[in-house]
Design a protein around this ligand. Structure first.
Ligand code: MG
Length: 335
């Protein structure tokens, strides 16, 4: 089952443009294993709600991500009935007969909120579920800044962002792209020192977070460094290939230059047209190894009393020579 179009989510995004701190969580963890539920409860957060996809299960999954088993048990032991899942798929009108919600309640052993409005809207439905508990004493945990965090912040809950997703495999392609963009924006806001609105209950982050993820900017910088290194390697390889190709072409030209039968006349003409200085002779002379690059004949025409030859040394412009009867020297010209 997928998710239908979330118009309210898009509209709420415009609010975030006006107030970016709405998408900044109070706490960031790698995943739910890094939440010290006991300390969180002691601090005064007496109810807790979770997003499902990529926070507790794989996208659209019905079972808890196995590595989270111990953490999930600790959470349920401490919060007991004051735990609920608020998903934008299960328990919404997209979930036919709440089949998915019921299946998750069986496997995860907690309630799944039935709600009409999708996050980041619909906070009243959650507050109604936790009747009598003030929003400031509820934590909302999720992997998405523009849905889960904005949802919690909109209603004054303590917001906890899980930054390492369960898996991107099978995720909604749009959600996947938006989440990556959210992480970049959060890193930027962090650099700009944009903080979440202070929560009414003072929370000692060091007590409730077992292990913090690396600072977002270091992760972003590490990615940028890797990308720059990839680009450098690619450019070096392309440059090497270009040089090798050029070298091969040069060698082929030397090997397969103008045919011997035509070379004498053409070479003479070429030399006579003062193009000889373009040739490189190293160790020439009798017995020497010549790397002279012979010009190639591009065309040769003969008429009564005239010859017209076009030659070219690889890498240079073609030379156009006309030899008239009675003249020893060709008349050079360029195309
Ligand atoms: Mg999610």
């Amino acid at each position: 089952m997928g998710q239908s179009f979330n118009l309210q989510g898009i509209l709420q995004s415009f609010r975030v443009l006006a107030s970016p701190r709405l998408m900044v969580p109070n706490i960031v963890v790698r995943d739910i294993r890094d939440i010290n539920f006991e300390q969180l409860h002691k601090a005064g957060i007496i109810a807790i709600a979770f997003d499902k996809d990529n926070c507790l299960t794989k996208p659209y999954g019905l079972e808890l991500h196995p590595p989270f088993t111990d953490a999930w048990k600790r959470c349920r032991d401490i919060y007991k009935d004051q735990v609920v899942i608020v998903s934008n798929s299960a328990g919404t009108p997209d979930d036919k007969d709440n089949q998915q919600a019921q299946a998750i309640e069986q496997t995860l052993q907690v309630n799944v909120l039935r709600h009409q409005e999708k996050k980041p809207s619909g906070g009243q439905e959650l507050l109604k579920h936790f009747s009598g508990i003030k929003a400031g004493r509820i934590a909302f945990v999720g992997d998405r800044a523009l849905t889960d965090v904005v949802f919690g912040n909109n209603y004054g809950m303590l917001t906890i962002l899980t930054r390492d997703v369960v898996t991107e495999e099978g995720d909604n392609p749009m959600a996947l792209r938006i989440r990556r963009m959210e992480h970049k924006v959060l890193a930027f806001l962090d650099r700009m020192d944009v903080k979440a609105k202070p929560h009414p209950i003072p929370i000692d982050i060091h007590a409730v977070v077992l292990q913090s993820p690396p600072a977002p900017e270091s992760k972003e910088e590490a990615k940028a460094d890797l990308a720059a290194e990839d680009t450098r390697k690619k450019e070096a390889k392309e440059s090497e290939e270009r040089e090798a190709k050029h070298e091969r072409a040069k060698r082929a030209s030397v090997r397969g230059g103008a045919p011997t039968s035509a070379t004498s006349a053409t070479t003479t003409t070429h030399q006579e047209t003062s193009q000889a200085n373009t040739n490189s002779n190293i160790g020439g002379g009798t017995g020497g190894f010549s790397t002279q690059v012979e010009p190639q004949i591009l065309s040769h025409e003969e008429g009564e009393g005239w010859e017209r030859t076009v030659t070219q040394v690889p890498g240079e412009e073609p030379v156009h020579s006309i030899k008239l009867a009675g003249h020893n020297k060709g008349i050079p010209g360029r195309r």
